[in-house]
Design a protein around this ligand. Structure first.
Ligand code: ZN
Length: 219
C-alpha cells in the first residue's frame, strides 16, 4: 500500500487537492477531523476515548489519533493506499506515525507540500466571508457570492469573523507555519518530501502533485 501525507498551511488549498488526488488515485483521503467526527457518531471504544478529550476541550492525544488512523487504514477501501490530511502536525506526531507504520511493515511513501508564501495565505484567508444563518463560506476573489454580501443558498447576510481579519490571521499563521516547517523538515530528512508551487491555479497544482508521485507510488 502507498501512504501519502499531504502538507500545506491553512488556505493552501490542501483540502481541495486532497479530494482531487482521492479521485485520481482511487484511494481514500483521510482527514483526522473526519475520523474524530465518525468515531464520535459510531461510539466505538476508541471513539469514546477521543470524545472524552474533545468534550473537555482538549486535544486528542497522539497515541489515540494514531490508533484511529491505523484502524482506518485497515478498512478495505484503503488496501491500496491512502492520503493523510491534517496529520501529522508536529515532528513528534510524524515520528510516532513512522514508528506505527514501521511496525506494520509500511512507511510514508511521499510527503507532498503545497507551498504558498505566508503573505499570499493572509490575502487568501482574509477574503473569507460566511453567511450568518448556516455558515456557508465565500471568498472575495476565489468564490464570490452572486450578489455581494448575500448568501447564494439561503439569502442570509454575509459577515466576516474577527478570526478572518488580516492581523488575526497573520498572528495565527506564524505559529502554524512554524510547526509545518518542522514537519516538512522531518520528511525532507527522510527523503520523501516533494514541494509543489501552491500559487498556481487548482488544476496546475493537482497536475504537479500527481507528477511528484513515482509510477510505483501511483496505485
Ligand atoms: Zn448560507
Amino acid at each position: 500500500m502507498t501512504t501519502i501525507v499531504l502538507l500545506g498551511a491553512p488556505g493552501s488549498g490542501k483540502g481541495t487537492q486532497a479530494e482531487l488526488l482521492e479521485e485520481r488515485l482511487k484511494v481514500p483521503h483521510i482527514a483526522t477531523g473526519d475520523l474524530f467526527r465518525a468515531a464520535y457518531r459510531q461510539g466505538t471504544s476508541i471513539g469514546r476515548e477521543a470524545r472524552r478529550h474533545m468534550d473537555r476541550g482538549q486535544l486528542v492525544p497522539d497515541d489515540i489519533t494514531i490508533r484511529m488512523l491505523l484502524d482506518r487504514l485497515d478498512q478495505p477501501d484503503a488496501k491500496r493506499g491512502a492520503i493523510l490530511d491534517g496529520f501529522p502536525r508536529t515532528p513528534a506526531q510524524a515520528a510516532a506515525l513512522d514508528a506505527a507504520l514501521k511496525e506494520r511493515g509500511t512507511q510514508v511513501d511521499r510527503a507532498l507540500l503545497i507551498d504558498v508564501p505566508a503573505e499570499d495565505l493572509v490575502r487568501r484567508m482574509a477574503g473569507r466571508w460566511i453567511c450568518e444563518k448556516a455558515g456557508h463560506v465565500y471568498h472575495e476573489t476565489a468564490n464570490p457570492p452572486k450578489v455581494p454580501g448575500i448568501c447564494d443558498i439561503d439569502g442570509s447576510r454575509l459577515v466576516q469573523r474577527a478570526d478572518d481579519q488580516a492581523d488575526t490571521i497573520r498572528a495565527r499563521l506564524t505559529q502554524q507555519l512554524g510547526a509545518l516547517a518542522e514537519v516538512v523538515d522531518h520528511y525532507r530528512r527522510a527523503g520523501v518530501l516533494r514541494v509543489v508551487d501552491g500559487r498556481q491555479p487548482i488544476d496546475a497544482v493537482a497536475r504537479d502533485l500527481l507528477a511528484e508521485l513515482d509510477p510505483q507510488v501511483k496505485v
